[in-house]
Design a protein around this ligand. Structure first.
Ligand SMILES: Nc1ncnc2c1ncn2[C@@H]1O[C@H](COP(=O)(O)OP(=O)(O)OP(=O)(O)O)[C@@H](O)[C@H]1O
Ligand SMILES: [Mg+2]
Length: 224
């Protein structure tokens, strides 16, 4: 199985934009790319400029997936997946997630899996997003903000990843401005040095320019 696991320092940091840029870039290189998102919550809120995660990922992946194939568990309330499942009177089956992700990976050259929120978000009462990342064993891409607060959040995520035996391949700061401020440049260098992990930047993009933006990321380095 070949793939990348895209996590983030928090919810709303840009995981889907980065995961979609990776999918679109690999698809532009004639790779068969599948996408996976173990669970999506917050579907009660209407999509804005960017479609919902599973819809955007299905549209840029090249393995012919429907949105429901990308995200097997879908919930309306904007809460943690384990609680969203509880509110819906159900639970998330961790073994099923592992099996579905493995099946999607087997059908593709590369599987791009987006986490839910940050690495320590519960999927079930006893499994974190980090456990799924460990089970899949893919290199980890950590999405982070460029601005204030990012150093600590990113270093914490790197520590939590390494503590569980995950392999951080890179950090992506997004949106990385065309003219970064001195503080943003310092944040990037500081995370790289203290986190001992390369940091890339994803420029501002929109759904139509994802492939161009994603082709600027060090995908070959990450995939090995
Ligand atoms: N490179 C970028 N270009 C344009 N907008 C960006 C970029 N990176 C992040 N954003 C903005 O950040 C918002 C949140 O990004 P995104 O939905 O990818 O976050 P997320 O981490 O996947 O959130 P969730 O935890 O809900 O899955 C986007 O809607 C977009 O407005
Ligand atoms: Mg997302």
């Amino acid at each position: 199985m070949r793939g990348l696991f895209v996590t983030g320092t928090d919810t709303g940091v840009g995981k889907t934009v980065v995961a979609a840029a990776i999918c679109a870039a690999l698809a532009s290189r004639s790779q068969r790319v599948a996408a996976f998102k173990p669970a999506i919550t917050g579907l009660d809120a209407p999509a804005g400029h960017w479609p919902h995660d599973h819809e955007l990922l299905a549209s840029v992946a090249s393995a012919g997936q429907a949105p429901g194939d990308v995200a097997p568990y879908r919930f309306g309330p904007s809460v943690s997946p384990h609680y969203a499942a509880e509110l819906a009177g159900t639970s998330i089956d961790f073994a099923r997630l592992e099996a579905l992700a493995a099946a999607a990976a087997a059908e593709a050259d590369v599987l791009v899996c987006e986490g839910v929120g940050g690495l320590m978000v519960p999927l079930t009462d006893s499994h974190l997003v980090r456990d799924l990342a460990a089970a899949l064993g893919f290199p980890l891409v950590i999405v982070a903000r460029p601005g204030l607060g990012t150093i600590s959040h990113t270093l914490l995520t790197l520590e939590a990843a390494r503590a569980a035996g995950l392999r951080p391949a890179g950090v992506v700061m997004t949106p990385w401005p065309e003219r970064p401020s001195p503080a943003e440049v310092s944040n990037r260098r500081t995370v790289e040095r203290l986190g001992a992990c390369p940091v890339a930047g994803l420029p501002p993009c929109d759904p139509a320019s994802l492939a161009v933006a994603g082709n600027g990321l060090p995908l070959a380095d990450w995939l090995g």
